[in-house]
Ligand binder design. Structure first.
Ligand code: HSE
Length: 438
């Protein structure tokens, strides 16, 4: 394999730390996808004399200018935020022929037109997946996955902090300021949190979404923006009573007269998927002419989710520098020579929770026998219910839910249960997945 690509990172805060963590922890998996390793060799942090949790012996902590001017650095990751120093350094890095990966939505929304022109002139890439929707690959989805479509509108919950505040106020009756302080502690909020609560951050992101959806230049200044700071718990309660939830939406819509671009609190029907996007989660609903509606959902802020998008962009850039340009993205996502032979499990070897239904003769002890057979096979029952007798042949239905167990244990138990005198017919089994985190 080729030598690792050298990355310089501007800012080792919440997202920078997440990016370093991912590159270190998933180094092998990332190299299998990218075709070569990716290492941070230069980083600028607030205090370069302090030991940083992710600094390694191969990483030099240095000044901002040293990162963008260092001839060894091939890709600069800009995570400073803001639009002044970040703009200057980004343009400087581009002038030095370096590729850029950024999470800075304000920078792209306000100076993207200028930055992209400079990048095009120098033949370098500017990747900004992390700028919208945190870890959700929404930019890739719209730019590439929906390329066959004319996009009619996009409506998104694209500020995690506002959504977190609205959720906590509605669910727990918490105070606005108290929840905002928590969002700041958790690293969701912008350095200037008025950007979050006044809809400015969402407007930055909507600017980007509108451009990639409709093929228009970035026009942040034209967005109508209204925040959530004037909402009261009363409005939130009344919305609920009327069958709605208040969500701060960014809406970009193509109409016959032009394009609507607006961010504001919005009543959304309570049962709509968007109304059920809670906490710091983001979601973008896209209405396109051929696919119809599609929804993209995931963590919209935070260290690792945003780092995930940064690293995905790094992999994209590295692939263009490394692999066969005709097959920039490997057919199976991993480089052909990096595919692995991890065994595929047979259905006997999978593990699942189960719903079981069986028909039992309504007599003393049958339920106990079923429970005993399950327990002898190491299966723990989570809930059990015997239905009322149906009157047909003195039989009753028994339904139960089990904890997770290897399928082969369940097979043994079912076989034994079906042989009981008190059980008639087959045991019906449906596998149950809670689809929780982890
Ligand atoms: N402050 C932003 C948010 C961070 O709350 O969504 C992610 O862009």
């Amino acid at each position: 394999m080729l030598d690792p690509i050298k990355v310089g990172i501007l800012g080792l805060g919440t997202v920078g730390g997440g990016t370093a963590h991912i590159l270190q922890n998933n180094a092998q998996e990332i190299a299998r996808r990218a075709g070569r390793g990716i290492v941070i060799t230069h980083a600028s942090a607030k205090d370069i004399n302090k030991t940083h949790p992710y600094s390694t012996e191969n990483m030099v902590l240095t000044e901002l200018n040293d990162v963008v001017n260092n001839p060894d650095v091939q890709i600069v990751v800009e995570l400073l935020g803001g639009t002044t120093i970040a703009r200057d350094l980004t343009l400087q890095a581009i002038a030095n022929g370096k590729h850029i990966v950024t999470a800075n939505k304000a920078l792209i929304a306000k100076h993207g037109n200028e930055i992209f022109a400079a990048a095009q002139q120098k033949g370098v890439t500017v990747a900004f997946e992390a700028s919208v929707g945190g870890g959700i690959p929404i930019i890739k989805a719209i730019r590439e996955g929906l390329a066959a479509n004319k996009i009619k509108w996009v409506a998104g919950i694209i500020n995690g902090t506002s959504n977190f505040i609205l959720t906590e106020m509605r669910e727990k009756g918490r105070e606005f300021n108290d929840v905002l302080a928590e969002a700041q502690r958790l690293g969701y909020a912008e350095r200037d949190p008025t950007f979050d609560i006044e809809g400015i951050d969402a407007a930055h992101k909507l600017t980007i979404l509108a451009s990639i959806s409709f093929g228009i230049p970035l026009q942040f200044e034209k967005i109508y923006t209204e925040g959530i700071s004037k909402l009261t718990s009363e409005d939130i309660r009344y919305a609920e009573e009327l069958g709605y939830r208040i969500k701060s939406l960014g809406i970009a819509k193509r109409t016959d007269k032009g394009i609507e671009l607006r961010v504001h609190p919005t009543f959304v029907p309570k049962k709509h998927l968007l109304a059920n996007v809670e906490g710091v989660m983001n979601a973008v609903l896209v209405q396109s002419d051929m696919l119809g509606q599609s929804l993209y959902y995931g963590a919209g802020a935070g260290s690792l989710p945003t780092g995930s998008a940064i690293v995905a962009d790094l992999v994209d850039v590295v692939r263009t520098l490394t692999t066969d340009p005709g097959n920039r993205v490997p057919h199976l996502a991993f480089q052909a020579d990096a595919l692995s032979n991890v065994p595929i499990l047979s259905i006997d070897e999978i593990e699942s929770a189960y719903y079981l239904r069986m028909t039992a003769v309504d007599k003393v002890g049958v339920l106990a026998q079923v429970a005993t057979l399950l327990s002898q096979n190491g299966i723990s029952i989570e809930a059990i219910r015997q239905q009322e007798p149906t009157g047909e042949g003195n039989t009753v239905s028994i339904v139960l839910r089990t904890h997770r167990v290897p399928e082969k244990q369940m097979n043994r138990a079912i076989q034994a249960i079906e042989q009981l005198d008190g059980i008639t017919g087959q045991v019906i089994r449906i596998r149950l997945e809670t689809l929780g985190r982890g």
